[in-house]
Design a binder for this molecule. Structure first.
Ligand SMILES: C[S@@+](CC[C@H](N)C(=O)[O-])C[C@H]1O[C@@H](n2cnc3c(N)ncnc32)[C@H](O)[C@@H]1O
Ligand code: SF4
Length: 458
């Protein structure tokens, strides 16, 4: 358990990347084309010990709008629209499949959204069966799905389980009725408890609950009740996201009245309470917004320094080639990122033209690859060994990262890191500000990238 120092948090709270990739998505460009991407896919089929695959499927549909939502989602009750989307996803699977060597195995599968369980149980079966027929999924593959307890039936979960899903992540946000009403997300506590009970009865190996702080009418007292209820439900993992009110980016957020939002001071107190309470209840603070029970794979990977980060956040699968399908999906091969079109129209048109629906992407330079490794080490292992990087990349670490290292003495004074024997070690308090620490090794920030587009680091 550790004490959170609010003064330090205030000092370092500023916009910064979340580093689900390096470089971050705003650097992707249209000059990286689908032909560039195809060439790269084909290259990944050659060589010794090819990496396993991760597959991500984006299912954007939800039936009602949560006013705080920052996800890539589409509100609809039109079932034909969902059926059409599944039809195109299957076509995209066919296309992607043809380029990848048949014997490459899937180690990780994730359905995200939106709300994947907006699909009816028979639609879940149709898509999941198609994926299983198209790819070879390892017996021990980590197969996760995001669900919304409000529109869930036991049949949805049965169908996921029958198709090999073993992890569930569900949205809660806050148990308080006033908060739920102000955000248009009415989710009575017994619905959440029922969903967790079904998940357990059906033998899923892990369940995650998403909470959010910074929502209207939240106070330290109300959020403490939400935390107590969450601890009582005892999920394997808990994510606690920071709500950023940006109605100029997501117009529907204007439905939340700014005067109802907690002040930055209250938000920080809620964050402090959350970390102290969850760690006291036995959860390990993984990093960023994530907590896990000590025997959960994420906490084990953290201890064994095998944690990794990709577009879905922290993961235990390092080095896979990630293929993302559906609108907005971002794929990550060893040295390139590629993002699908964001609208259904562009996505469908591209597939109708037999073209992979790639809108933009990025090929990493040698400098990006080196910096990505440094940032990944810091974000995931919370330490960095200069010598190891020097040996692998044939650089002089202190010269190469002179700018970033010059920022560390202040962080050392503030007890966020300790720098000695050619090593950076991140302290528990530093883990909370890990994005700020990583930013010192970001070449784009070193060269004065405007960071206003990123969310705040706390
Ligand atoms: C795709 S949703 C989870 C599944 C389902 N759609 C649901 O809401 O129950 C992903 C999660 O992102 C988080 N989220 C959504 N909008 C957010 C925002 N503006 N800021 C931070 N987190 C957000 C919520 O905690 C939400 O549960
Ligand atoms: S939070 Fe989840 S359910 Fe609500 S609109 Fe966003 S994706 Fe849909």
């Amino acid at each position: 358990m550790f004490e959170v120092d609010l003064e330090k948090i205030k000092k370092y709270d500023k916009p910064g990347p979340r580093y689900t990739s390096y470089p971050t998505a705003p650097h992707f460009t249209e000059s990286f084309t689908r032909e560039n991407y195809l060439d790269e896919i084909i290259k990944t089929n050659y060589g010794e010990g090819l990496p396993d695959l991760s597959l991500y499927f984006h299912l954007p549909f939800c039936d009602t709008l949560c006013y705080f939502c920052g996800c890539n989602m589409i509100i609809t009750r039109n079932r034909d629209r969902v059926k059409d989307y599944i039809k195109y996803l299957k076509k995209e699977i066919d296309m992607v499949r043809t380029y990848i060597l048949a014997d490459r195995k899937v180690a990780q599968l994730h359905w995200g959204g939106g709300t994947p369980t907006h699909l009816k149980p028979d639609e879940i079966n149709e898509l999941a069966s198609y994926i299983k027929e198209s790819f070879q999924i390892n017996d021990d593959s980590e197969n996760g799905c995001e669900i919304d307890p409000r529109e869930l039936t036991r049949e949805h979960l049965e169908m996921l389980r029958k198709n090999g899903f073993n992890r569930i992540s569900m949205g809660v946000q806050d148990f308080n009725e006033k908060v739920q009403k102000a955000t248009n997300r009415i989710q009575p506590e017994d619905i959440t408890r029922q969903a967790v009970q079904w998940v357990r009865e059906l033998g899923f190996s892990s369940v995650n609950l998403d909470l959010m702080y910074g929502l209207p009418f939240q106070t330290l007292e109300t959020f403490e009740v939400t935390l107590d209820k969450t601890i009582d439900i005892s999920p394997d993992r808990i994510a606690v996201f920071n709500y950023a009110h940006v109605p100029w980016v997501k117009k529907h957020m204007a439905l939340i009245h700014p005067e109802d939002l907690p002040t930055p001071e209250v938000k920080l107190q809620i964050l402090k309470l959350t970390i102290e309470k969850l760690t006291k209840a036995g959860y390990v603070f993984i990093g960023m917004d994530h907590f896990a029970k000590p025997d959960d794979e994420l906490a084990v990977a953290l201890r064994e320094k095998k944690l990794y980060r990709n577009f879905q956040g922290y993961s235990t699968h390092a080095g896979t080639d990630l293929y993302a399908m559906g609108i907005t999906g971002i794929s990550q091969l060893q040295n390139v990122y590629a993002q699908n079109y964001k609208t259904e129209k562009e996505y469908f048109d591209s597939i109708n033209n037999e073209a992979l629906p790639i809108a933009r992407g990025y090929r990493l330079t040698d400098d990006d690859i080196l910096r990505r490794e440094v940032i990944t080490n810091l974000m995931c292992n919370f330490e960095l060994d200069f010598r190891q990087i020097e040996e692998k990349y044939k650089i002089n670490f202190k010269e190469y990262f002179a700018w970033g290292l010059s920022n560390l003495p202040e962080m050392e004074k503030d007890e966020l890191v300790s720098v000695k024997n050619n090593k950076i070690e991140v302290t528990p308090m530093g883990k909370l500000l890990i994005r700020n620490i990583a930013m010192n090794f970001d070449g784009y920030i070193e060269h004065k990238e405007d960071t206003a587009k990123y969310s705040r680091t706390v």
